[in-house]
Ligand binder design. Structure first.
Ligand code: SAM
Ligand code: SF4
Ligand code: FES
Length: 328
């Protein structure tokens, strides 16, 4: 699809035909089964200062925590017993977990629980990524957030667009299934930038693409900003499905946080993955990237029942396999 065609679709007056086409392409290419990944938010300590994020180091109002390795393993074990075939380990970027410790955690989860493991722990050196891959990590999520170098520079002061791209290239070279994505509605982001984001996703040939609306956090410098809308997020998701065909696309927590049926809507216009929270309830209120985050009071079993019911209502099934990339 050309940039002009993408722009036309993103701005179409009535998106219902776009959604129907994305839903059809999703059905033909990835089927009706939805892959569940249990999300473990194992630490909210972060050394970076991204302007949009509630976990940024300058936010003094956060009660910081870091789960122990045994505790993370227990959360993964709980996920396995609920029936999950894969877990996502996510955190802020910090030195509390030497790479060797994450490696042994990955080995334990792989060997003892036979789960597919996705890491979402930010920018590392090539050597660190190589060690994590050698330990058995299957996948890595690292959103590029925006393809506008200018916007990226203003929002992520301790990183650079160039470094983010380098990390994504390393992850690919090392054989990870690579996930990336963006926030929709970032301050200063234009629809043309979103079209460029989609073209970049296509070029990177991503295995997974996670997008969500930007939700302004009152504890960050972007507190007064206007957030992203579900409407534009769904349009973006639908176009991504049409362009990428068989990438794994989650209906994300942020979509469910700005609209009570945001994830359901996403599953009907291209999404085929859900990432229910399996973090122990006591930590959830401290992992608030943005206000209004769903599932803060719930237990892992509650979220599992909730998404199971959601899928049943939508006439979709739960996938029984780990949901590896369909591009392999
Ligand atoms: N620290 C790692 C990183 O930045 O890649 C992983 C964790 S980070 C919290 C995961 C994602 O949260 C980011 O990639 C970003 O897109 C999203 N995020 C952060 N703040 C957000 C906000 N205010 N609204 C929506 N999404 C947000
Ligand atoms: Fe840290 Fe990630 Fe939040 Fe940036 S987005 S402050 S790196 S947790
Ligand atoms: Fe957590 Fe619905 S997914 S309560």
């Amino acid at each position: 699809m050309t940039r002009a065609e993408i722009l036309d679709l993103l701005a179409v007056a009535d998106p219902s035909a776009l959604y129907a086409r994305a839903d059809q392409i999703r059905r033909e290419n990835v089927g009706d089964a939805v892959h569940l990944r249990g999300l473990i938010e194992f630490s909210n300590i972060c050394g970076r200062d991204c302007l949009y994020c509630g976990l940024r180091r300058s936010n003094r109002k956060v009660d910081r925590y870091c789960m122990g390795i045994d505790e993370i393993c227990a959360a993964a074990c709980n996920a396995a017993s609920l029936g999950y075939k894969s877990v996502v380990l996510q955190s802020g970027e910090n030195e509390r977990y030497p790479t060797e410790n994450i490696c042994s955690l990955v080995r334990r989860i792989k060997q003892d629980l036979k789960l597919a493991v996705t890491l979402s722990i930010g920018e590392k050196t090539r050597e660190e990524y190589a060690a994590l891959r050698a330990a058995g990590a299957d996948r890595y999520l690292l959103r590029f957030e925006t393809s506008s170098e200018m916007l990226f520079g203003g929002l992520k002061p301790d990183s650079s667009y160039e470094q983010r791209m380098r990390c994504l290239a390393w992850l690919r070279e090392l054989g990870f299934q690579v996930g990336s994505g963006i926030m929709v509605g970032l301050p200063g982001q234009t629809i043309e930038m979103i079209a460029d984001d989609i073209l970049l996703m296509e070029k990177l040939d991503l295995d997974m693409i996670g997008i969500g609306p930007f939700i302004p956090n009152p504890q960050t410098p972007l507190e007064g900003a206007v957030g992203g809308t579900l409407d534009l997020t769904l349009r973006t998701l639908a176009v991504i499905r049409i362009v990428t065909k068989n990438a794994h696309l989650p209906a994300t927590t942020a979509m469910g946080s700005i609209d009570p049926i945001g994830r359901q809507k996403a599953l009907q216009c291209g999404a085929n993955v859900l990432m229910p929270n399996v973090t122990p309830t006591q930590y959830r209120s401290s992992y608030q990237l943005y206000p209004g985050k769903i599932c803060i009071e719930d237990k892992p079993g509650d979220c599992f029942l909730c998404v199971s019911g959601m899928l049943k209502m939508l006439g979709r099934t739960i996938a029984r396999d780990p949901g590896h990339s369909l591009k392999l």
